[in-house]
Design a binder for this molecule. Structure first.
Ligand code: 5AD
Ligand code: SF4
Length: 461
């Protein structure tokens, strides 16, 4: 695999300066996962690099970019709805450029739909073409404004040093690998994001150092499956090794990471979390389902028993650790018995947070070919039962914190008036009264109560 460095596109910057008297404005909106949010920060960085400014409302924009998600049908429908709503804006402002990028655009049928039914969409490009956005804009202007709907090309190289415009000064996203090789049978990600590619440890470290030097307090390492980190790299390193390398950096920060696939989360990884106080005591470990029969049909390559062993090991080694998970309800062939096993597993583990999804058929995946006879009504009803159980569990985890003193990273305003909210290293969130100067800093709080899953606390320093 080849690594290339981003090159500033002077011709595109000149074209921007010639076309606009004052810096044009870009509205960039990312849907879906944190990886996409991180890509969105790079799209913004690349646009700023050629002279764009940013705006927070589509009405003010000269360029609107939707960085899309394909993981569920609902996400795609939302994008089409939001794109459709831009038709009248484009009619009022013919110079407006509307572009779509990200996972949806990797699918040929989506590009065709844009071509046929959305004539006001000017640009479409894939997930690995962020660095080429200036060249695409230039090509469009040079072609007299013709639409450029580029069928995405498979790309094997990695582009480093792409400019980044970070949304937060104190919480930073840091991608360590791209793509996924797991092919869970329900999932479109391996098809749209391609094969796994790890960034070199030195490139990750360089960006990590920049984040720490800029005052970032919480750095989240990102990858579809971070535990595959290092495969295919020249230097022998795995994800646990990468964590150790990063934790050797001096500074006032914490590290989070997502997502870990249970089949690859090693005992060594748990040992490293236990040994490194800067790594947060929280593991997002998506189980998807509590039935071995369905796990096999999902191609997850672990059993419930193996999963629970890993959870036990982590609990033993890391006192106070919390877990979160993703669950798919209503996978093709899921019976009431399978679902009851999911409830049982959720009860056994006691997740602090659960992200729950009703199965969405993704064409091109193996599960799309499986017979799915469970009526939607039954799936919705299962989902309601799962949510009710999870709510009880999460509330009791929150209640168990009452009377504890903890440290939080203050993230922003809380739900109640004059309250701020901050995240514990175990990922629970506390609300407390304090001045906004605390945002972006660590604070010590004392938990006095819990309102649902939200801890109620007092600032102690
Ligand atoms: N239907 C429903 N949920 C899905 N996910 C991935 N693909 C699908 C699908 N086709 C969920 C999984 C994954 C999370 C990011 O999205 O739970 O962990
Ligand atoms: Fe999708 Fe499975 Fe890869 Fe996660 S590990 S991105 S669920 S294929």
């Amino acid at each position: 695999m080849q690594t290339i460095h981003f090159i500033h596109n002077e011709a595109a910057a000149k074209a921007v300066a010639e076309r606009y008297e004052t810096p044009p404005l870009a509205f960039v909106h990312s849907y879906g996962c944190q990886q996409n949010v991180s890509d969105g920060e790079r799209l913004k960085g690349v646009l700023i690099d050629i002279g764009y400014g940013l705006c927070s409302r589509p009405e003010d924009a000269d360029l609107i970019l939707f960085n899309t998600c394909a993981v569920r049908e609902h996400a795609e429908q939302r994008v089409f709805g939001n794109v459709g709503a831009l038709k009248s804006l484009k009619a009022q402002k013919p110079g407006l450029i509307i572009g779509l990028c990200g996972c949806m655009v990797q699918q040929p049928q989506i590009v065709e739909k844009l071509r046929a039914s959305y004539p006001f969409v000017d640009l479409a490009f894939g997930v690995n073409a962020i660095d080429q956005l200036p060249a695409l804009l230039l090509e469009k202007w040079q072609n007299g404004g013709k639409r450029l709907l580029k069928p995405p090309k498979a790309r094997e190289d990695l582009v480093e040093k792409i400019p980044v415009h970070r949304e937060s000064a104190f919480r930073g996203w840091l991608p360590v690998m791209y793509g996924c090789d797991n092919f869970c049978t329900y999932c479109i990600v391996p098809y749209v994001r391609g094969r796994e590619r790890s960034r070199s440890p030195m490139d990750v470290l360089a960006e990590f150092r920049e984040l720490v030097a800029s005052g970032c307090k919480e750095i989240t390492l990102l990858g579809q499956n971070v535990n595959s980190y290092g495969k295919g790299l020249e230097e022998p390193i795995d994800f646990a090794g990468l964590l150790q390398l990063l934790c050797a950096e001096p500074g006032d920060y914490h590290i989070r990471f997502m997502t870990s696939h249970p089949k690859d989360a090693s005992r060594r990884l748990i040992d490293v979390i236990a040994a490194e106080p800067r790594v947060c005591r929280h593991l997002h470990l998506p189980v998807q389902c509590g039935s071995n029969r369905i796990l096999a049909r999902m191609n997850r390559r672990y059993t419930v028993e193996q999963y629970l062993e890993l959870i036990d090991y982590a609990r033993q080694k890391i006192p106070g650790i919390t877990f979160s998970s993703d669950i798919i309800v209503g996978f093709p062939g899921e019976t009431e018995e399978d679902f009851a096993q999911t409830l049982e597993l959720v009860q056994k583990v006691g997740y602090a947070q659960l992200f729950t999804f009703i199965y969405s058929r993704r064409s091109g995946t193996r599960a799309a070919e499986m017979e799915d006879i469970t009526p939607r009504r039954e799936k919705t009803e299962r989902m309601a039962r799962l949510l009710a159980l999870q709510d009880k569990i999460a509330c009791s985890i929150a209640a168990a914190h009452v009377g504890q003193a903890c440290e939080v990273l203050v993230e922003g305003f809380g739900r109640q008036e004059k309250a701020l909210c901050g995240r514990l290293d175990n990922n629970l969130v506390a609300e407390f009264a304090a001045g906004e100067e605390w945002i972006g800093r660590y604070a010590r709080v004392f938990v006095t109560g819990a309102r649902g899953t939200m801890l109620q606390a007092e600032l102690t320093r």
